[in-house]
Design a protein around this ligand. Structure first.
Ligand code: MN
Length: 254
């Protein structure tokens, strides 16, 4: 099942689901009890929003060997985690703004886990029960500021630096899906989730040994090799095989 947040005209945003290219409303709350109604709109007639307003956004650094190598960085022996603020979230088609403080903003296409059930010290074997589904994310990064600050809050935390969408897929399997990032149609990143250093269940066990995971929290699971710059006027797309494609325009903020 593919869950969305959507808007028709000026109507308030609401939960929905997508089936055969059409969107229908969902009554209730996908994190609790809910009911799917008949589909009523073709996808192109609705505005898809970010598929949720998340709680915590936990990100994993250097979770693909080839990406660690391209930065001449060590592959971590335990997962390297950091946070992005929920205020950075934007939806499909919304503009990524290049802040004037940075000369080098880069794309990082990533598989994103959506937590559905609260848990602390979750065992890897039990991790599945805490996942609502998966979505596509772009861990947009001001690389120059990430380097010069020595810690990552500013470089990762600007408004618009967490594009998400187009939906939460509750049936997706993360075992071996290709992540492809294109800028203006040109391929920049390509890698399989099979090549993650730490798997999704391992990440959930590790992170929940530090902080309680709550419904609506997200885990950005790291990016494959090939990160590169974004410029004013670009269009960046992140496609995950079997899951969906997230596309955003890029604009310089003055
Ligand atoms: Mn990342």
């Amino acid at each position: 099942m593919r869950l969305v947040r959507y808007q028709v005209g000026e109507a308030p945003p609401r939960w929905g689901w997508v089936h055969e290219g059409r969107v229908g409303p969902v009554d209730g709350d996908p994190f609790g009890d809910f009911l799917r109604r008949d589909t009523e709109w073709p996808l192109e007639k609705v505005r898809l929003l970010a598929p949720l307003q998340p709680g915590k956004i936990i990100c994993v650094g250097r979770n693909y060997v080839e990406h660690a190598r391209e930065h001449a960085a060590e592959v971590p022996t335990v997962p390297l985690i950091f946070l992005k603020p929920p205020s950075a979230v934007i939806g499909p088609g919304e503009e990524i703004l290049l802040p004037p403080q940075s000369q080098r903003v880069e794309h990082e296409g990533e598989l994103v886990v959506v937590i559905g059930k609260r848990g602390r010290r979750i065992l890897a074997d039990e991790a599945e029960k805490h996942i609502l589904g998966y979505t596509v994310g772009n861990d947009v990064t001001a690389r120059d500021l990430q380097r010069s600050d020595g810690q990552w809050t500013r470089g990762k935390g600007f408004d618009t630096f967490a594009p998400l969408g187009p939906w939460i897929d509750t049936g997706f399997s993360p075992a071996d899906a290709l992540i492809t990032v294109r800028v203006n149609g040109e391929m920049r990143q390509m890698g399989s989730t099979r090549d993650m250093v730490f798997s999704v269940p391992t990440l959930i066990a590790f992170i929940s040994s530090v902080m309680t995971l709550e419904p609506g929290d997200l885990i950005f699971t790291g990016t494959p090799a090939g990160v590169g710059p974004l410029h004013d006027g670009d269009r960046v797309s992140v496609e995950i095989e079997g899951l969906g494609t997230l596309e955003n325009p890029v604009r310089a903020e003055i």
